[in-house]
Design a protein around this ligand. Structure first.
Ligand code: PMV
Length: 325
């Protein structure tokens, strides 16, 4: 019995969250140490003889110890949605008997892209297992993971699925007919500490709340978004030039704009202040905000004191990540 495995990394948004939903550029990078994984294996067809084809596809979510068949899946189940989407796109009348296992060590609802990563890992493993190599490439996995995200987040920008499917730092602009997705040079690697507030936060809720504020005050919010876009452009230049001090200064400026959008929170502010006073070059929230993770740019010597400061300020966990290593 062959088993096909695929995985996808977590991600951070370095610059431009929220503004990216409104067409401004943003920069994101994969966090490869935390991953979502999917395994697809042929199941024993005899065991499900007589059952309908959908009940012959079993899904095992190991993190939740939750096991169900495709036919039992609730209407809003993202994994069932991903499986049906691939089946539909590949014009498969039916699926063989399958056992699908999904595991993720990316914390959920924390701004690290767990939803996009689990969808991408599942889509890639299933496409490879079914011999649908046309659907297993980065662009197709990203496109289908975006369609799954749309069911959940309403108006995702597309940056999460892009960075986890390509597993490369990207400069991203949401636009028609096709998003602008550009890998770029990282002249000097960026050392980051990623600290979890332990507060879970729904991307859909926070994105919806920013939308309501934008609708109430369009001119003010358009100006905030445009300024975030300029910062992302300046940050790309600074990263390409290896100007770490400038990257840090721009992170702090981006954080100030996120505060004005009301997406920061006391827990995030405590971690940001602790990191900066312990010697971080720049710090900001990453992802939707109101909880989840923050990122601090450091030089290697500052890593131990900044990590200690984050933990004593209440960080649930601190991950180190080097972008461009
Ligand atoms: O919270 P996350 O990791 O899903 O990141 C959301 C990023 C936003 O810009 C707030 C939304 C989006 O779709 O780009």
């Amino acid at each position: 019995m062959t088993t096909t495995e695929a995985s996808a990394p977590g991600k951070i948004i370095l610059f431009g969250e929220h503004a990216v939903v409104y067409g401004q550029p943003a920069i994101a990078a994969p966090v490869s140490q935390v991953r979502a994984r999917a395994w697809v294996a042929d199941a024993d067809a005899a065991a499900s003889a007589g059952a309908d084809a959908d009940s012959a596809v079993c899904i095992h979510l190991t993190n939740l110890d939750y096991h169900y068949t495709l036919s039992e899946a609730p209407a809003d189940d993202p994994f069932a949605a991903a499986i049906r989407l691939l089946q539909q796109e590949a014009r498969l009348e039916s699926l063989p008997s399958l056992s699908i296992t999904i595991h993720s060590d990316i914390p959920i609802a924390s701004g690290l892209g767990s939803g996009a990563a689990t969808a991408a890992a599942l889509l890639r493993a299933l496409a490879l297992h079914l011999g649908l190599s046309d659907f297993a490439g980065d662009a197709q996995v990203s496109r289908l993971a975006f369609a799954v995200e749309q069911l959940h987040h309403g108006t995702p920008s597309g940056i999460d699925n892009t960075v986890v499917a390509y597993e490369k730092p990207v400069y991203f602009v949401r636009q028609q007919p096709e998003n602008r997705i550009e890998p770029f040079t990282i002249a000097r690697s960026l050392s980051l500490l990623i600290a979890d507030t332990g507060v879970s936060s729904s991307t859909k809720t926070v994105v919806g709340d920013v939308r309501r504020q934008w609708q109430a005050e369009p001119a003010r919010f358009d100006a905030l978004f445009a300024r975030c876009g300029q910062i992302a452009d300046q940050a790309r230049q600074a990263i390409e030039a290896g100007d770490i001090a400038q990257v840090g200064a721009l992170m702090n400026q981006n954080q100030e704009l996120l505060r004005q959008m009301t997406v920061s929170s006391p827990a995030l502010e405590r971690l940001i202040a602790a990191a900066l006073s312990a010697g971080a070059i720049g710090a900001k929230l990453s992802g939707a905000g109101r909880g989840g993770n923050m990122i601090a740019l450091i030089n290697e010597v500052a890593a131990p004191p900044v990590r200690a400061a984050l933990l004593s300020a209440g960080a649930r966990a601190v991950l180190a990540s080097i972008i461009g290593a």
